[in-house]
Design a protein around this ligand. Structure first.
Ligand SMILES: [Zn+2]
Length: 322
């Protein structure tokens, strides 16, 4: 459209008018509002004070495993993607190691979940890293993947609904395209293909949940509100309302009352950890215990998110169709 206008101008006006139009156009471009999803933006061309060579791949750092899956599907081999949190370590109340600080100082793009999940990241830029600490001539572009997600009560577990995942993928794609426009087309094409797959997953969950005999469930920690909201399920209670903190006796009494009142027969635990409190409730109330993954940590490969979401769906099918 803009090119068309310029071509028309060349035909219609004198050369001087065209130059004036071009100047006006560039002023308009420079006046655009900055993208609020990104805390900092510098494209690769302006980064590294001319030191970054064309052969070097964009260095991307994700905080948690789902973001690694999302990002890797968008980049393919066009960028180097690394995940910050070690496998088996959850993001709630995480504390960073000196190696983490080095990784952040070397990243050009940092992809975070947002919604307050990575509170441990906040002080790193202000306290631990001075402006000269960065390998690429400046702070990484920090992309908040949660921009545009309708958040429930500041709950950060947005990735557990594929509908949110699609929004996150879109935000990650845009950050990568801004930081590395040379591979923009690759990122755009890969993201479109991945979003198609996530839409397939979304349909699969919707169609499956529609057939469930029960919609109510009790989870171990309050992580499945978005899954419940988007697919018509009901997380009636969570044993542990605050992650990595023992539940208070009053809260436990409330949970037990809900389980009895709603005639809940099954409670969900989480993989990798044994929870004494779950075992005790299960024994006392004669409940079955199944494992539902919060996907906060896990293996780092592109299909991991879809594999684990489908595994969760299988568990839900089995439990809520009883
Ligand atoms: Zn959690």
């Amino acid at each position: 459209m803009i090119t068309y206008v310029i071509i028309l101008s060349v035909k219609t006006y004198s050369k001087l008018t065209v130059i004036l139009l071009l100047i006006l156009f560039s002023i308009l471009l420079s006046c655009r509002q900055p993208d609020s999803r990104f805390e900092k933006y510098e494209s690769l061309e302006t980064k590294g004070k001319g030191t970054s060579s064309d052969s070097k791949k964009l260095k991307v750092l994700t905080t948690i495993a789902p973001l690694y899956s999302f990002t890797k599907n968008i980049t393919g081999d066009a960028a180097d993607v690394e995940n910050l949190l070690p496998s088996g370590t959850g993001p709630h109340e995480y504390s960073m190691s000196p190696e983490d600080v080095i990784k952040i100082s070397q990243a050009q793009v940092l992809i975070k979940n947002g919604v307050g999940l990575e509170t441990w990241l906040d002080k790193i830029f202000s306290q631990q890293l001075s402006d000269t600490s960065y390998s690429h001539g400046g702070k990484p572009l920090v992309a908040d993947s949660s921009a545009g997600v309708t958040v429930i009560d500041n709950d950060p577990h947005i990735w557990l609904s594929p509908r949110n995942a699609i929004i996150q993928v879109t935000n990650i794609r845009d950050a990568l395209m801004k930081a590395d426009p040379r591979n923009g087309e690759v990122y755009s094409k890969n993201a479109a293909a991945y979003i198609k797959r996530l839409e397939g997953l979304d349909r699969e969950i919707s169609e499956s949940v529609r057939t469930f005999k029960r919609k109510e469930f009790v989870s171990f920690h309050s992580a499945f509100l978005y899954l419940a909201r988007d697919y018509g399920l009901d997380q009636v209670a969570a044993i542990q309302n605050f992650p990595e903190r023992e539940p208070a006796p009053k809260h436990m009494a409330d949970v037990i009352n809900i389980i009895k009142a709603k005639n809940i027969k099954v409670i969900f635990s989480e993989p990798r950890v044994t929870h004494k409190v779950v075992e005790t409730i299960a024994r006392d109330l004669k409940l079955q215990v199944y494992s539902l993954d919060t996907l906060e940590t896990g293996a780092l490969y592109p299909e991991w998110y879809e594999v684990r979401m489908r595994a969760n769906l299988e568990v839900l099918k089995m439990v809520l169709n009883q």
